[in-house]
Design a protein around this ligand. Structure first.
Ligand SMILES: Nc1ncnc2c1ncn2[C@@H]1O[C@H](COP(=O)(O)OP(=O)(O)OP(=O)(O)O)[C@@H](O)[C@H]1O
Length: 284
């Protein structure tokens, strides 16, 4: 009886030790250790992985800030040994977690499209994370869209150039959507950009408190003057009209009504009379 009890306690203790050992093996490492572990599993990436000290060097200690986005600051840099000029996005420590970064890295490194900025490398060094892209010397498209009413010199590009850029962006987005990126939200943002490109103005004019979509829609269906900027040829006028119609489809409140990016590309590349008139957009 006593022997059976001692044996029972012994078995219990051994089971507890085994359980503890298993638990310590499966215990999750800290976030950045998880990221490191993931990266070690994907050694083919080692060629474009940089240490934080290298990132500091390539950006000349973050001397030239190009801009700021939702995920951190972007700095101008150059790859080691007189390599390519790059844009280095330093991800802010507070935004996102290790999983987001791994997912981002996994999808970015698989993407390659002539209309998308080339991804060149990354840095994961302790808690520090950065993404490295080819440098775009002309900066953001924003500089080239808007018509400045009271300025003599305009930085706005010609309508046909903007139209070709819009098709290029749509091609790039369509490619990304095939990879499973959230589609309809992207389509909305794209539509907003398309309207701003065609109209040469912000979608919401703070001075006159005018929301462009219903304003332009009403003019369009009433066949009134669309007050477009810098239009010199009938081809430009028809193209602007097409961009506006497609833009109005994309910004529909109901995501189910918005077209897929593939349809956007088709409408933009096709003739104006194949683009139906969308429902009237809601007033904000
Ligand atoms: N490859 C690049 N070449 C040159 N400048 C760049 C490059 N990438 C980003 N920039 C500059 O840095 C700014 C911030 O870029 P970032 O990609 O972080 O954010 P975003 O695209 O503006 O917004 P979000 O973070 O919401 O995507 C851009 O507006 C641009 O001026």
């Amino acid at each position: 009886m006593v022997l059976a009890m001692v044996l029972g306690v012994l078995i219990f203790v051994v089971e507890m030790i085994a359980l503890l050992c298993r638990w310590s093996r499966t215990k999750k490492p800290k976030k950045f250790e998880q990221v490191e572990a993931f990266l070690e599993l994907h050694e083919e990436r080692a060629t474009n992985r940089y240490k934080y000290s290298e990132v500091k060097k390539m950006t000349n200690f973050f001397k030239d800030k190009l801009g700021e986005g939702g995920y951190g600051s972007v700095f101008k840099g150059q790859l080691p040994n007189g390599g390519a000029m790059v844009a280095v996005k330093i991800l802010s420590e507070t935004k996102g977690n290790g999983d987001d970064f791994i997912n981002e890295l996994a999808s970015i490194s698989k993407t390659f499209h002539r209309k998308l900025i080339t991804y060149l490398g990354y840095c994961v060094d302790r808690g520090r994370r950065a993404l490295i892209y080819e440098f775009m010397p002309n900066g953001s498209l924003e500089k080239y869209i808007y018509y400045k009413v009271s300025a003599k010199a305009q930085s706005r590009l010609g309508l046909m150039t903007l139209y070709n850029i819009a098709i290029g962006i749509a091609d790039g987005l369509q490619y990304l959507h095939e990879g499973g990126v959230s589609r309809k939200a992207d389509v909305y943002s794209y539509g907003k950009m398309l309207l701003e490109m065609a109209g040469g103005r912000k979608i919401f004019d703070v001075q006159t408190e005018t929301y462009y979509p219903p304003w332009i829609y009403d003019k369009l269906v009433a066949n009134e003057n669309l007050e477009l900027y810098g239009i010199t040829t009938p081809e430009e006028e028809l193209t602007a009209l097409k961009m506006i119609l497609v833009g109005l489809w994309c910004i529909q409140t109901d995501p189910a009504v918005r077209p897929y990016m593939s349809e956007v590309v088709q409408m933009l590349k096709g003739s104006l009379d194949t683009v139906p008139i969308p429902p009237r957009p809601s007033s904000i």
